[in-house]
Ligand binder design. Structure first.
Ligand code: AMP
Length: 176
């Protein structure tokens, strides 16, 4: 797709006002998934930033992080670990709580998903306030994983979500 891949990906992201609630502009990435060239181009962006990092596992965040993260893991030939919303994983989990606009939410990871010292990259579709990925980073660190980088297709920069990831390097491809 070449040098204009970023512009084409940006053009494909669909803004949906007032979803899932009033005042939120939802960034719908399904048109990217729907188009084989764009889907490949999006995965290639993640892959470019994984080169040379000796990654051992990709961790993806429920649910759109699974779509991108599992394709990246497949291509790298490394394992994939899902971090899920509370109550979805069947075996023993570690739980991380984080604050939402109103109240709290929880993310979970299987306790045996990451071995101490493993080299990890975290993948999600979108970084907003950073609450979700901050909780994911905490789970990875608690398991003893080395979190090398957090990668996002989209970053809503005005929400300053990077701050929640503290010392973890953050990369995003489409910034708003
Ligand atoms: P946050 O914890 O605020 O960084 O939210 C990140 C998670 O919520 C990601 O997994 C996104 O998929 C989803 N998300 C948050 N805001 C949006 C948005 N405006 N459009 C699409 N997805 C969003």
């Amino acid at each position: 797709m070449g040098s204009n891949a970023l512009e084409q990906l940006r053009a494909a992201v669909r803004d949906v006002p007032d979803f899932p609630k009033k005042g939120i502009v939802f960034k719908d990435i399904t048109p990217i998934l729907n188009d084989p060239a764009l889907f490949r181009a999006s995965i290639d962006l993640f892959l470019e930033h994984c080169r040379g990092k000796k990654i051992e596992k990709i961790v993806g965040i429920d649910a759109r992080g699974f779509l991108f993260g599992s394709a990246v893991a497949y291509e790298l030939g490394v394992g994939f670990v899902p971090i899920r919303k509370a109550g979805k994983l069947p075996c023993k989990t570690e739980v991380a709580k984080y604050s939402l606009e109103y109240g709290e939410a929880e993310m979970e990871m299987h306790t045996d998903a990451i071995a101490a010292g493993e080299r990890i990259v975290l993948v999600d579709d979108l970084l907003a306030t950073g609450g979700t990925s901050g909780a994911a980073a905490a789970l990875i660190r608690k398991a003893g994983g080395q979190l090398l980088e957090a990668q996002f297709l989209i970053e809503l920069e005005f929400l300053h979500g990077r701050k929640q990831l503290q010392s973890t390097p953050v990369i995003s491809f489409l910034k708003y």
